[in-house]
Write a new protein. Structure first.
Length: 185
């Protein structure tokens, strides 16, 4: 029995995220992706057209993956929600680490791959908007957009340092908690 197209596409995107997290964007080869996904290179090209299409789809998939664990935050208190949502990005869990590393790789490669910039900008704006909405609920008098931008950028930087071994996970989480405290009281 054949897998549904959406399931097969998800399988290829999961493989793309793994390859990007392990080998970086420059190390993404269609042949390796096909082997990792257990499909033919022709099927990869059928679904994504070219390497740029794979990268754009992988970036969208990374964003979707991150939403699955940040959406698990359930606190009714908007300040607690902001903190928990941001801390969810700094977990020693395979899917979170892989997602974060792939996001960093894709974000960094946008400097050399202009076709990624629009998708990256859109997903970053959506993340900032989610945080901004909660910040505004905490304090309607603060520049919520600026606070959200600073906090999400901090998460990205702390994540990069943690993954590269420059910072422990515990320290990264402490710094983020301190920044939320400083920004939101």
């Amino acid at each position: 029995m054949r897998e549904p197209v959406s399931q097969r596409r998800t399988q290829m995107l999961e493989a793309a995220v793994r390859v990007i997290a392990q080998d970086g964007v420059r190390g993404l080869r269609v042949e390796k992706l096909a082997a990792e996904a257990g499909v033919s290179t022709a099927l990869i090209y059928y679904h994504f057209k070219d390497r740029a299409g794979i990268l754009r789809a992988a970036l969208e998939h990374v964003n979707h993956r991150a939403q699955t664990y940040t959406d698990e935050v359930t606190s009714a208190d908007p300040r607690v929600r902001v903190e928990q949502m941001l801390l969810a990005e700094l977990q020693d869990v395979d899917v979170v680490r892989e997602t974060s590393i792939a996001w960093g790789e894709l974000r960094a490669s946008a400097a050399f791959h202009p076709e990624l910039r629009e998708t990256l900008r859109t997903t970053t704006e959506a993340w900032n908007s989610d945080v901004e909405t909660l910040v505004r609920q905490v304090d309607p008098d603060v520049d919520a957009a600026a606070v959200a931008e600073r906090l999400t950028a901090l998460v990205e930087g702390l994540s990069e340092r943690w993954h590269s071994g420059s910072l422990t996970l515990r320290r990264a989480r402490e710094l983020l908690t301190g920044a939320v405290e400083r920004e939101l009281g």
